[in-house]
Structures are given as structure tokens and as C-alpha cells.
Ligand binder design. Structure first.
Ligand code: NAP
Ligand code: MG
Length: 486
């Protein structure tokens, strides 16, 4: 399709380092489980280390919750529900949520550094996206807490009870906010299970809940691994499970939860970013970059399949590759960094495995010439051209900084190719022509569709998928429904 040799590489502009200070994180050496308003030792006294993926060094030691600990947390949540939270008025619940939102803002710089250290994402993103959006979710749902009877779910919508919430490592604090804010606004109590590789921002959030004087047991945070999550899913005292993570684990949870519990699943994706020939190419290139390289591509709704109209494909690819080569990859704490570290060695292995299939199946690989640090988990931004729909890199979620480029000739073909996926989370459409964008959007099978932009999130806007991307919506008025008995 195109000549991939770059005759005029611009190379990254030289920037002096501008690192944020790691000391702002104020991490403790060791964290217990947050149960009934206190940090407590796990019954086994077993701890594990959370690493900084950019250096492979341990950041803090974290408690491993066993099924007995999960039981303790569920019992605390049930007691708090029966005795306190179900009797707390919406107006009072709103005050707590506002307070939590304000405290997140007050401790924003610290939280951004903690998130970047623990996850590997660039400080620019944790500072400008993760933390402000987490606060925004609490502010937004604070506004709903005393207006539930006007939310369109009948005159007296009731909470579900105790919610078990399991979150992944790609947006640790933000996913905690997506889960906790609507649940608390609707009057539920919670047991939250962060991901094994990124528990630290949730534990700082636990300190914030203490600062906010949230009644004990209303939110409990149990750190651990997949077995901790499984114990939460299996616990008979949990009324509802909210899960964000991989499609495989989501399927397992659906089987185990059966009909005994309410369930919402936010799973994987293979988002199509569709570019028509009339779209402004320079803007499109920024949108493609944001769609796939934001958060190292560890984004369920990433625009990981670029569908570009054949008439402009060579030009788009030429400009895209030049831009990819300028991305600054490296120290996540540096404010100039565009692409940080891969979150874990396991995820790095998965990205390497799938990209090797890209070459094996005949796609043309372009890898950024950026230098990578010696220590830590890194993967250079990569684009595959000449991809066909049957390639694994066009079908499977890579969850890394890897873009697959396909072409189309007509809007019908664009829609058919975009929908040729087992997933259905998000898509982007780029065109100057509004009527074409609407025509395409109406035919795409995806929960979220962006027009002339990508990866835009807002607490007022519902988010979620169809097909193997899961079911249920988070955000907006729709996000309340999962936590109300309607
Ligand atoms: P994952 O392995 O499914 O893990 C997600 C969470 O589930 C983690 O807290 C994990 O704990 C826990 N878990 C693992 N096994 C479990 C089990 N048997 N029962 C209950 N809980 C269990 O996914 P991940 O690797 O962390 O995240 C990447 C995936 O999540 C990608 O596929 C991505 O598309 C998807 N994702 C989707 C969305 C969305 O909104 N749709 C958002 C973000 C990510 P441990 O970490 O301790 O193993
Ligand atoms: Mg970590």
C-alpha cells in the first residue's frame, strides 16, 4: 500500500528533562486492607510488592486479601448498609461525595505522581486526565444523590445493597471513581478490589475517605490478586458485581455469578477509527495518535484499527509515521513524555507475542526509532500497514501502543469492516460531512461513537459496550441504573 521508508525523518525535538518529583507521592512502606474504615492486617499477614514498571523497583508492600478477609469486608459493608448508609438521606450522601471530590482535587498532585509511579503512564496524562476526571465523577454523582426520584427510574428507586467492584490496572483511580461514585450516590455500600499491579492510588483514596469522615464500612478496599476478585464474586453477601477487565475474566464471572447477583461487565475492545477522504489530515493524524498511543494503548476503547479511505491512505500513513517518530517515550514522571512504560512484564510479553504475529501474517511493520530506557518495561510505538481483516492484529485486542491500518473504498465497506469484530465498545468517524458521519454512526455496532475526535470522556456521558465488550453503562444518568433496584 505504501512506501514505509521515511525519507524525511524529523526526529524528536530536543527537550531538557522536566521531571515531577517522586517524593510528592508520600507512600507508606506498607499498606493493610481498608476494612470498616481502618487499615488492618490481612489474616494471613501475607504482603506483596507493587512495582514501578518504569524501573522495576518496588514502591510499597500491599496486603494480600484471602477469602476470609473478603468476608470481613463484605460483612462490614453489609453492616454499614443496614445501620447507616441506607438510612442516610440523599442530601447527606451528596455532602460526602462533594467532600471526596474536593479532597481528590486538594491531593491531585500527589495522586497523579502515585498513579504514574504505580502504573507507568505519563504524568501529563495522570495530572490532566485521570485525576481531574476522577474528581469530576464524584462531583457529578454528588449532584444526583438527592435527585434519584427524578432520574427516570420511578418515584422511589432503591439501592441494590452491597456492591462488589473489580477494576483493572489501566486507569486505577479513575476506574475506582467510576465504580464508587454512582454506587454511593445511589445508597449502596462497596467492596472494591483494585488490580494486583496498581493498588496504590486506591489506598490513597482510602485515606481520603477517612479524611472525608465517610462512615466506617461504607467503602472497603481489598487488595490482592485474581483469587481475591474470585472470592468477592463468589461471596453470597454481595448483591451486585461490577467488573471492568478482560473479556475472558468477564465471561468467567458471568458464569460464577449466575442469576444470584446483578452484574455489569465492561470488557475489551478493538475500536475502529474511520477516516474519510474529506477529513482534515493533520487533525486526523492527531486523533489517530491520541486514539492509540494515549496511555500506551492500554485503553479498552483505543482506536486500535485505523480504517482509512483508499484515496488518502498513502498521505495519511506518511504523515502519521512522521508523527509517530516524534513521540517522546521514556520517564513517565517527565512532563514532556508522551508514551510511558508498559504496565507489567506479562502485558509486555502479550504485546510482543501479538506483534510478532503481525509480521508472521504478512503485515508491514513500522516501529518508532525512539530510544528505550534500559530498565523497566517498554515497547516502542508501532504501526502495521497492509493489514487484512483476518490477521490476528486486526481481530485481537493488543492493549498496547500498536496500530493496525486497513483501507476501504466506500462508506458501506467502512461500516462492514468496522463491525467485523467480536467486540463493540467504541469507534471514531472523521469527516467534514455531518450527514455522512451520522449515516455511518447509525450503522456502527458500538457503545460509544466519537465524531472528529477520539478518547473523550466526561462523567455526564454514558460509557459501555455491546457484544463481547460487555453490558451495562457507567457515567451519566444511565450509570445510576446499575446501582438501583428499578
Ligand atoms: P483482568 O485480568 O480481567 O483483570 C481485571 C480485574 O479482575 C483485576 O482486578 C484482576 O485482578 C481481577 N481478576 C482476575 N481474575 C479474576 C477472577 N477469576 N475473578 C474475579 N476477578 C479477577 O484484566 P486486566 O488485564 O487487568 O485489564 C486489561 C483488560 O481489561 C483489557 O482486556 C481491557 O480491554 C479491559 N478493560 C476494559 C475496560 C472497559 O471499560 N470496558 C476498561 C479497562 C480495561 P488482578 O489484577 O489482581 O489479577
Ligand atoms: Mg505497580
Amino acid at each position: 500500500m505504501t512506501d514505509l521508508t521515511l525519507s524525511s525523518r524529523l526526529g524528536a525535538l530536543p527537550y531538557d528533562p522536566a521531571p515531577e518529583s517522586a517524593t510528592l507521592a508520600h507512600l507508606r512502606q506498607s499498606y493493610g486492607l481498608f476494612v470498616n474504615g481502618e487499615f488492618t492486617a490481612p489474616e494471613s499477614h501475607e504482603q506483596f510488592a507493587s512495582l514501578n514498571p518504569a524501573t522495576e523497583e518496588p514502591l510499597a508492600s500491599v496486603a494480600m486479601a484471602s477469602p476470609l478477609d473478603v468476608d470481613r469486608a463484605v460483612v462490614a459493608a453489609r453492616r454499614a448498609y443496614d445501620k447507616v448508609w441506607s438510612k442516610t438521606t440523599g442530601t447527606e450522601r451528596a455532602k460526602y461525595l462533594f467532600r471526596i471530590a474536593r479532597l481528590i482535587q486538594e491531593r491531585a498532585r500527589e495522586l497523579a505522581v502515585v498513579e504514574t509511579l504505580d502504573n507507568g503512564k505519563p504524568i501529563r496524562e495522570s495530572r490532566d486526565v485521570d485525576v481531574p476526571l476522577a474528581a469530576a465523577h464524584f462531583f457529578y454523582y454528588a449532584g444526583w444523590a438527592d435527585k434519584l426520584e427524578h432520574a427516570g427510574f420511578g418515584p422511589n428507586p432503591r439501592p441494590v445493597g452491597v456492591a462488589g467492584q473489580i477494576i483493572p490496572w489501566n486507569f486505577p483511580l479513575l476506574m475506582a471513581a467510576w465504580k464508587l461514585a454512582p454506587a454511593l450516590a445511589a445508597g449502596n455500600t462497596c467492596v472494591l478490589k483494585p488490580a494486583e499491579t496498581t493498588p496504590l492510588s486506591a489506598l490513597v483514596l482510602a485515606e481520603i475517605l477517612q479524611q472525608a469522615d465517610l462512615p466506617e464500612g461504607v467503602v472497603n478496599i481489598v487488595t490482592g490478586d485474581g483469587t481475591t476478585g474470585a472470592a468477592l464474586v463468589d461471596h453470597p453477601g454481595v448483591d451486585k458485581i461490577a467488573f471492568t477487565g478482560s473479556t475472558d475474566v468477564g465471561r468467567l464471572i458471568q458464569e460464577r455469578a449466575g442469576s444470584a447477583k446483578r452484574l455489569t461487565l465492561e470488557l475489551g475492545g478493538k475500536g475502529a477509527n474511520i477516516v474519510f477522504e474529506d477529513a482534515p489530515i493533520d487533525e486526523v493524524v492527531e486523533g489517530i495518535i491520541d486514539g492509540i498511543f494515549f496511555n500506551q494503548g492500554h485503553v479498552c476503547c483505543a482506536g486500535s484499527r485505523l480504517l482509512v479511505q483508499e484515496s488518502v491512505a498513502d498521505e495519511v500513513l506518511r504523515r502519521l509515521l512522521r508523527r509517530v517518530d516524534q513521540l517522546r517515550v521514556g520517564d513517565p514522571l517527565d512532563k514532556n513524555t508522551d508514551v510511558g512504560a508498559i504496565n507489567s512484564s506479562a502485558q509486555l510479553d502479550r504485546i510482543r507475542e501479538l506483534t510478532s504475529w503481525g509480521e508472521r501474517e504478512g503485515a508491514t511493520r513500522y516501529t518508532s526509532s525512539c530510544a528505550l530506557p534500559d530498565k523497566g518495561y517498554w515497547f516502542a510505538p508501532t504501526v502495521f500497514a497492509d493489514v487484512s481483516q483476518s490477521h490476528r492484529i486486526a481481530r485481537e485486542e493488543i492493549f498496547g501502543p500498536v496500530l493496525s491500518v486497513l483501507t476501504f473504498r466506500t462508506p458501506e465497506e467502512a461500516v462492514a469492516k468496522a463491525n467485523n469484530s467480536k467486540y463493540g465498545l467504541a469507534c471514531g468517524v472523521w469527516s467534514e460531512k455531518g450527514s455522512r458521519t451520522l449515516w455511518v454512526a447509525q450503522r456502527l455496532r458500538a457503545g460509544v461513537i466519537w465524531a472528529n475526535t477520539y478518547n473523550k470522556f466526561d462523567p455526564t456521558s454514558p460509557f459501555g459496550g455491546v457484544r463481547e465488550s460487555g453490558f451495562g453503562r457507567e457515567g451519566g444518568r444511565h450509570g445510576l441504573e446499575a446501582y438501583l433496584d428499578v
